[in-house]
Every structure is written in structure tokens, then in C-alpha cells.
Design a protein around this ligand. Sequence first.
Ligand SMILES: [Zn+2]
Length: 420
Amino acid sequence: MPDVFADLVGQDEAVVELRRAAAAAAAVLRAGAPALVAAGPASGAEPGTDDAATGALDPSAGMTHAWIFTGPPGSGRSVAARAFAAALQCVHGTGCGECPGCRTTMGGTHADVRLVVPEGLSIGVNEMRALVLRAASTPSGGRWQVVVIEDADRLTEAAGNALLKAVEEPPPRTVFLLCAPSTHPDDISVTIRSRCRVVPLRQPPAAAVAEVLVRRDGIAPDVAQWAAAAAQGHVGRARRLARDPEARKRREAVLAVPRRLTGVGAAFDAASALIEAAEAEAEASVAEADTSERAALETALGAGGTGRGAAGAIRGAAGQLKELEKRQKSRATRAQRDALDRALVDLAGFYRDALTMALRAPVAPVHTDTATLAGAGAQKWDAEGSLRRLEAVLACRAAIEANVKPRIAVEAMMLALWKG
Ligand SMILES: [Zn+2]
């Protein structure tokens, strides 16, 4: 297994910082220091400055107990957080990838690493309280309790408050790693952010994404280059496009939208097709998990039991089943929105291509396979018309993020794309 940071594509600066922090954390353990120095409000924006000044005196400088990884989707926020968690648990160095600490963390089985991956639209307060409580216990492996929260921007307000308490008064051996799109107050509360050190990740260049697809996934170089460009720097999306024919088909259907918009009726048809495709994709992605969860719960509840106490068990079971259904519904909604968002990002790429061509900007197209179509659009719409269409797609994404019903937002977008 290569080094734990190997899959963090195009983020050299962040890797240097995280390695330095892991080395500092290891020094804390060796020195038997009681606790990390908590980051005060407003610290952390300039990694390395304050730390460098005090580093000689305090072995824990360079390391802190709360971190936020920010960056656009696909830049590797959760990859960075998991790799850093492994580096903290590494018994040989700062993420060798070989030792039990690295391997169990990367494999998701380390006893002292907890991973919160929200499946629904939000992370609730009960989940967060339970997590904070467990995170306060002494690490069984003698190193750190690490809590990784993917999509920390989905914390409910109450959950955020529960987390804030823990981040403000951290247990001595606990490290919180949060992932969020940005440090904007919409994504992460100002008070939490002020207690964390921020690791900004950038959108990795297409060449770096293509390189990792070739090296790690064994994908042919020409396919890797096409997929990396089409995925606009999103590593996971690029891999799916390179490997999954269904994902390619869905993308082609989305990119066929612009030439199908020939009238009002066609615009509504295109909206329906886009929504239904997202629903179908989402359903397929969660169906298997839904079925196995329900089966597991029914088995645990002793479905079909006839012995004494079965009636009471059934009464309790109804509540638990209802709870499960609620959770599954929330996850399905999230999956639908994610699928729709991927489609909108592809569509935005098409109009961005038209815009750059209308402006004769010397940049490579996002979608090489529809570059001719985008060129025709550029001729017909000019720069302004292309820009208005690009903005209509971005406005649709923003509206859905702000909880406008997807169908309504997509219909409005299709009409705007048709009318220009
Ligand atoms: Zn290791």
C-alpha cells in the first residue's frame, strides 16, 4: 500500500502541512504532554506563523485538535481528512501506509477513528451527542481519538452546538476533522470555524486527475484525460466516467439537452427527463442499502416471532421501522439531489464551453466530445446569450440548494435556456 496521502491529488501544500502536524502530534505523544494547545478564536488562518514562533518551546505546536478541510466538491476533502487521521494513527511515521494504524484507518476499522458520513440531508443532534460522548473516551490504541465529520455543512443547528461544546473544551487526546465546501457561515458556524485550523484544498488540475486514474486505477491514458477534463477536476466523478458505461450514458443524455430545446413543450419534456433520470439514478444507488437495512432490522426485532413478549416487541418495532423509513427517505432525497447536481454541473460545462468559444478564450473545452455543438451555440448566442444560459444553470443549482422544489427550478431553467 502506498503512502496514505497518495490519493490526495494536486494538493501538495496541504500534504506538507498535514505531515508536519502529524509529526508534531507524534512528538506530543513521545513527550507525554498532557494536552494540545487549543486553537483560540481567529487563529489558524495562517498555518505555520504562530506555530513556527512557539514550536521550539511547545511540542504540541504545529498540531491542534480541530481542523476544517475546505474545497470544491471532488477536491478531496474527505480523502484528506481520512489520510490525516491515518497519519495521526501511524506507528512508524506520518502516514507510511504499511503499519496497522495506517491500514486499519484507511480500511475504516480503526477502533479510535470515527467517521460520520451523513446519508440524509442533515446530521442530527442525537447522532452528534452520541459521537461527542464516545470521542471523549481514552484512545484504546494509546494515540488519538479521531472524529471525521464529512459534510459538516449538513449539521443541524443543535448538532452544531453539541459539536461546538466539544471543540471548545476538547478532551486531551481527541482530534476533530471537519469537511465543508467553504468556511462561509452558511457552511460552518463562525464559532466552530474560529476554533479550527483551516486546510484549503483547490480544484486539482485535469492533468493531475488523469495521472492518478492511470496510476491507481489502470485506466488508459487517453480515456483518463478525457474523463478528467469532463469531470472538471472532480476525482471521483472522473473515475466513474472512465469506468462506468451507465454514468457515460447519463452524461450524454444531459449534454443532448441544449440541442433538444426547440420550444416550450420540448423545454418541459427536457425538465421531466432530467428529473426522472436523477430519480432513477438515485433509486438504484440506495435500493440495495434500503433492502438490507430493513431485513437486518426485522431480523433484530424478531419478525414473525410468536412467543411471549412478541406483542410488546411489535409495538416497539413499529416505531423503529418508522424511524428507519424516515432515515431512508432522507437519504433518497439527498441521493436525488446529488444526481441532479452532477447533471447540472455537466450542463454548466457545456454553456461554459460556448461562452469561452464566443470570447475566443484560449482555454481547453470541458466537454471535448460536444465542443462542435458548443461552437455552434457560441455562433448563435454570442457571448452574452451563452453567459445568460450558463447563469440560468447556476441559478438552478442555487435554487435547489435553497430548497426550491427541483422540478420547479429545473423547469424554470429549461425555459431560460430555450429563450436565452
Ligand atoms: Zn503507518
